[in-house]
Design a protein around this ligand. Structure first.
Ligand code: SF4
Length: 532
């Protein structure tokens, strides 16, 4: 695959109600309601707003059979109001609800980590070959009838794996790794293929952008090796809100889309679901600009799932070598760089390809640091520029070009441009300068007002540079999905919160109004607090 010229990965076209994902279809955008699924009126109203904001699909959680059945009422009411957008049921830990949902909506998401397996219990840490094979057989026994039901009703499925929700069985053999997440999907895909069921979309998500992008690339390569080309749904889970959430999503989703991977996307923000759609649409628009840009020649064949190793250079002051990526306006001034530093610049629509071509043209023995300077015109708004820069710089940083970045745009003030550059570096985990909040977007399971709680926790903890704090709406998926957070604030029951230190629940069911001071106490007790 030529990597400088845009080339979309070929995928199967999967029909989902009146739309389709994959093949030559446009990249579809979607979001998810956060209303209780049993509240038909509220869910219908929010689904209407999501559809009006441009979503091609709307997902709703269905934690039980009753919820799954109510999706039928929601769907009928939407159709009665003239909204034809296909609905997707989101299922965890309840295969019976998946069977019910398959009769009610156009697509059902199941999580291979908990469709049959009970999720991670840490109780069984090793499996013999026979035990492992017996577990796969159990999956087959439940999955095949589910696929037959979906076939009967014309229902598509999404196999959606999340970092942190792998089964004990997968963990025993692969650990919590990209290879484990990929195998978790592949086990299901092989069974689907055996029975000739192909209406499948795949997602593998993580809140850690580096893990997410690496795993999706590995999945695409593994599917290719096994002769499969199911469409890919991309997303960064628990991305949070505001600029941090948008930048994280753009780095993760945008950098994969720019390499031709991805057929549908969901930007997960801890905000109103409608707010996700303009971001998703702009990411797709940016990729369209890359795809339709004039060719950049000099393409070489590079395996799309492999990152380049960091391009090693010899440091010049604070730039290059083992230094963290330097930022123009913070660590150096662009107009003062001498000949000891190579500056590669681009304002081409395909900036990623243009920069790759320029860096590949540098002689291997030339060890001068390379500063990447990307320029965006005043015709792009601040929001468009931020998402484009996060995608472009993010792709190049993840690929190993990490000496320095220089963002030039009239659409942002110098201060805004510096802040954006730092946020991009944080998202790629190449330079940590602030607290990372791993906050879920909320859904019908959410047990507290996510947006206001997140705002309060951010106000109290934003100065704790380097800490990762999870803020998760429910106990069902929250603890697993906050993955590598140092501390966690998790909705435990209505009005109650549980606090986590790493993966361990250390304070259970404390009243919500005491939870933030107790979280601060917990951070202090572990020596991780510092005064602002
Ligand atoms: S962690 Fe958040 S988004 Fe995920 S299921 Fe729970 S409430 Fe919903």
């Amino acid at each position: 695959m030529g990597r400088y010229n845009y080339e979309r990965r070929p995928s199967l076209r999967v029909a989902v109600g009146n739309t389709a994902i994959g093949g030559t279809e446009p990249i579809r955008v979607q979001s998810m309601t956060n209303t209780p699924t049993l509240d038909t009126e509220a869910s219908v109203a929010q689904a209407c707003r999501i559809a009006e904001a441009g979503a091609d699909l709307v997902r709703l959680t269905a934690q039980g059979v009753q919820h799954a059945r109510n999706l039928g009422n929601i769907r009928r009411e939407l159709r009665a109001r003239g909204v034809e957008t296909p609905l997707v049921a989101d299922i965890h830990f309840n295969a019976t609800a998946a069977f019910a949902a398959a009769e009610e909506v156009e697509k059902v998401r199941i999580n291979p980590g908990n469709f049959v397996d009970p999720g991670r219990t840490f109780k069984k840490l090793s499996y013999t070959e026979e035990e492992y094979a017996a577990e796969i057989e159990k999956i087959r026994e439940k999955l095949v009838p589910f696929l037959e039901l979906c076939r009967e009703h014309g229902t598509a499925i999404r196999l959606g794996v999340n970092h942190g929700s792998l089964s004990d069985r997968i963990m025993s053999r692969y650990g919590d790794t990209p290879a484990g997440m990929v195998e978790s999907v592949m086990e299901y895909l092989r069974i689907c293929r055996e029975v000739g069921f192909n209406d499948i979309v795949i997602s593998i998500k993580a809140s850690n952008v580096v893990v997410m992008t690496e795993t999706v690339r590995l999945l695409a390569a593994t599917m290719k090796d096994e002769g499969m080309n199911y469409p890919l749904h991309l997303g960064v889970t628990e991305a949070g809100d505001g600029e941090d959430g948008r930048v994280k999503s753009a780095v993760g989703i945008g950098s994969l889309l720019a390499d031709g991977l991805g057929d549908t996307i969901r930007v997960s923000l801890s905000e109103a679901p409608e707010a996700e759609l303009p971001v998703a649409r702009e990411l797709v628009a940016h990729i369209s600009r890359i795809a339709s840009a004039p060719e950049i020649t000099g393409a070489v064949d590079r395996c799309p799932h492999k990152y380049g190793e960091r391009r090693m250079s010899e440091a010049v002051g604070a730039i290059g070598g083992d230094n963290v990526p330097a930022v123009e306006g913070v660590d150096f001034r662009g107009d003062e760089l001498g000949e000891g530093i190579i500056v590669v610049s681009s304002d081409h629509d395909n900036r990623i390809g243009d920069i790759r071509a320029q860096i590949d043209a540098i002689e291997p023995e030339d060890k001068r640091p390379v500063v990447i300077r990307l320029r965006y015109p005043e015709t792009m708004s601040a929001e468009e520029t931020s998402l484009a820069a996060a995608t472009d710089f993010g792709a190049l940083l993840l690929e190993g070009y990490r000496d320095g970045i220089w963002l030039e745009t009239p659409s942002l003030t110098e201060e805004e441009a510096r802040s954006l550059a730092m946020t991009i570096l944080q998202a790629t985990r190449t330079r940590i300068t602030k607290t990372e909040f791993i906050a879920c977007p909320g859904c019908g399971r959410t047990l507290f007002d996510l947006q206001s709680v997140l705002a309060k926790i951010k106000a109290a903890c934003s100065h704790l540079t380097g800490l990762k704090i999870g803020v998760m709406g429910c106990i069902v998926n929250g603890p697993g999905e906050m993955a590598d957070a140092d501390y966690g604030y998790v909705g435990a029951a209505a009005g109650n919160v549980s606090l986590y230190k790493g993966k361990e629940c250390v304070m259970k069911n404390i009243p919500a109004d005491e939870a933030l001071p107790r979280l601060i106490e917990l951070i202090k007790a572990n020596g991780d607090w510092k005064d602002a």
